[in-house]
Design a protein around this ligand. Structure first.
Ligand code: URA
Length: 196
């Protein structure tokens, strides 16, 4: 049931030309993971490797994201769905503009509506601005639960920020501990992580 709606939406994303980003894309990046996941992770937009493969977070920051998720006992195949604010790569990996974010947002909102996750992790300022608060500052709100509609939302740093500044890793790990706690509370009291 969800799978069919997902396929239809994914086809629509694949042929979208609502903004200029479609002109430069190799492939649109719909998202990946378990459509029944209780945990959804939202990034910014595809980079070079993602644009080539049509999958989110498959480059360097994706490898780090997989490590972070794995350390918290989650995996994209099993219990996570990963998507982005914009589905097409901004040229030169620039930040998507507010207009591009707004134009692409209906796709993400439909994904959230179909998946109905209990918890959403926002990775970085663009995800925060694109979904919840155009004036939001990730440095101010990270690590603090936000309630957006019925969803529990945890903003944290984007993995690419950790690649630039490894000191931020401890903050993201603290935020992931809160996510594990909430996941145990809302979804699976038996949830195990290799670390805690
Ligand atoms: N960064 C993102 O925000 N999303 C991706 O899919 C890849 C890198």
């Amino acid at each position: 049931m969800i799978e069919k709606q997902f396929q239809r939406l994914s086809d629509e994303v694949g042929s979208c030309n609502r903004c200029g980003l479609h002109e430069h894309r190799s492939r649109a990046v719909f998202g990946t993971g378990n459509p029944y996941a209780e945990l959804m992770v939202i990034g910014e937009g595809p980079g070079e490797e993602e644009d080539k493969q049509g999958l989110p977070f498959v480059g360097k920051s994706g490898q780090l994201l997989d490590k972070i998720l794995g350390a918290a006992g989650f995996s994209r195949e099993e219990n996570v769905f990963i998507a982005n604010i914009v589905k097409c790569r901004p040229p030169e990996n620039r930040d998507p503009t507010p207009d591009e974010r707004t134009t692409c947002l209906p796709f993400l909102l439909l994904q959230i509506e179909l998946i109905q996750p209990s918890i959403i992790i926002l990775l970085g300022g663009t995800a925060l601005k694109g979904l919840i608060d155009p004036d939001g500052k990730i440095t101010q709100v990270r690590g603090k639960w936000m309630k957006w509609h019925q969803f529990h939302v945890m903003p944290t740093y984007h993995p690419s920020a950790l690649l630039r500044n490894p000191d931020l890793k401890k903050d993201v790990w603290a935020d992931m501990k809160l996510v594990m706690q909430k996941y145990r509370e809302l979804v699976d009291p038996e949830h195990q992580s290799p670390h805690i």
